[in-house]
Design a protein around this ligand. Structure first.
Ligand SMILES: Cc1cc2nc3c(=O)[nH]c(=O)nc-3n(C[C@H](O)[C@H](O)[C@H](O)COP(=O)(O)O)c2cc1C
Length: 208
């Protein structure tokens, strides 16, 4: 049996799933609950201080006939950035960057993390994160014409990857996934929350 949803179910009235439209979120996001990889994007602000932003609405792909690796995400201030992947023990510190976001602040150091210079682009990166992908800006596009949200495409120039992750990508120190406040319209709970999940290997295939 499958439920069908084309318009927002009445049961979601008054929930966060309806209210979140004020922040630019559609009700479908909360029902469909599709998790996306979570990471901290770091750049320099115009005053030279490190900026750090939690990001999750993103997708990664190869393109250019196999000649490049790309990521599609939302806006950043400079034309370069680093995507820092955190293990679950660093999640709280990374979330602190959202509060420690004053213009004068070094958002990385003030959240208890270590800012290092990236190697190939002019941006800071977080030393404690198990993977740091150095990226440069390629293009941006409105999601729908006249939208206040844009998709941006970054090219991954190079990466720093911990040995532990290379040896066990599906272990405790793997990529975290974010599910934005899932709501089951057939059983609406008054309070919901955001979830963070790890990846579990469930199948294996060879060439396809
Ligand atoms: C888990 C998580 C994922 C997020 N993903 C995104 C995202 O993909 N795109 C986005 O624009 N903001 C996203 N945000 C919101 C930004 O992190 C937040 O607005 C942040 O305050 C912006 O950084 P700033 O304060 O340094 O400008 C996310 C927040 C959290 C907690």
């Amino acid at each position: 049996m499958k439920y069908q949803y084309k318009a927002m179910p009445e049961s979601m009235r008054g929930t966060y799933g309806e209210f979140a439209k004020n922040f630019g979120f559609d009700w479908k996001e909360f029902i469909m609950g599709i998790p996306t990889p979570m990471f901290l994007v770091t750049t320099y602000k115009s005053n030279g201080q490190p900026n750090a932003t939690m990001q999750s609405w993103a997708g990664f792909t190869s393109a250019n006939h196999g000649g490049g690796y790309y990521v599609i995400l939302c806006s950043v201030e400079k034309k370069v950035a680093v995507l820092n992947f955190m293990s679950s023990d660093l999640y709280k510190a990374c979330m602190k960057t959202i509060q420690n976001n004053q213009f004068e602040a070094d958002e990385i150091t003030s959240s208890g993390l270590t800012a290092e210079k990236a190697s190939w682009v002019e941006a800071p990166m977080v030393a404690e994160c198990f993977m740091n992908l150095e990226c440069r800006y390629l293009w941006e596009k409105e999601i729908v014409p006249g939208d206040d949200h844009v998709m941006i495409c970054l090219e991954v120039v190079g990466g720093h990857i911990e040995k532990d992750y290379m040896e066990d990508m599906f272990g405790d120190k793997g990529v975290l996934y974010y599910a934005h406040h899932p709501i089951n319209p057939e059983d609406v709970k008054e309070k919901g929350c955001d979830y963070v999940a790890a990846l579990r290997k469930v199948n294996q295939s060879y060439e396809y």
